[in-house]
Design a protein around this ligand. Sequence first.
Ligand code: NAP
Length: 269
Amino acid sequence: MNLISVKDYVKLRKEEIKKEIISLLRKPKLVIIQMNDDVASNSYVKGKLKDAEELGIDASLIKLDESLNEEQLLKIIDEVNNHETVDGLIVQLPLPKHISESKIKESINPKKDVDGFHPLSKFKACTPKGIISYLTYLGFNFVGKNVVIIGRSNIVGRPLAKLLLDLSMNVTVLHSKTSIEDRNFYLKHADLVVLAVGKPYLLTKDVPLKKDAILVDVGISRLDGHLVGDIEPREDVLLQTPVPGGVGLLTRLSLMENVLEAYEDGISC
Ligand code: NAP
């Protein structure tokens, strides 16, 4: 296997994407709608705008007042949905309490839903997509291997489980109702371990794992003023993705790849 770090992999892919975008007839266009002033959201949006600029994607932010009602938000989404030169549209979460998240997700044109949240979206959800692309680049052989995914959310655990099953892995999905004994039993046999929970160092370094296991840490939490993942750093495995500088970068990369794909699909149909 080619054990390149996430940072180096992302840098390499960004160079490839930049070259591809330079050769296009026009810049792919992404619109981000944000209806909150959440500190974390502001920083995610800033990161997305920065990535887009670096790659030559024309990204713009529509920042809305939180007092708007659902109908007004749906009207704005509808306008962007129907705007010919907009390739991708994302609505940054969280939304204010008076807005239905599922209704908003389902209102996005599936052809432009580059977050992959719409049930009919033609794009893969960004975090699972990024993890699989990275593992593929490393030369990880998915077929017949054991993966344990801890966390079953609709944006990470569940879509990742489906994609890995499609790649013929033996998939075990665990959650908050799994006992520690059962969790440790499954982990002992895992070739790939993915944690997407959001609890600092939930998986401590004393838990026995295979020495050639790969650990993918999706979780992001704050502990004593630092960003940390769900997995305590350890050196007795083949590879562990860091936090920060790991899955977050892969998720951001996938979003840009999806925008480019949306542009290419729009041109070809
Ligand atoms: P979520 O919707 O809150 O889901 C958390 C999952 O963890 C649930 O399935 C829950 O089980 C499970 N869980 C909670 N406590 C547990 C425990 N003690 N043992 C085992 N499982 C437990 O979270 P999410 O949206 O998937 O996000 C998870 C984490 O990843 C967060 O820290 C988030 O910030 C981060 N994240 C990072 C990226 C990135 O790009 N790096 C992307 C997305 C999310 P139940 O279903 O039984 O409640």
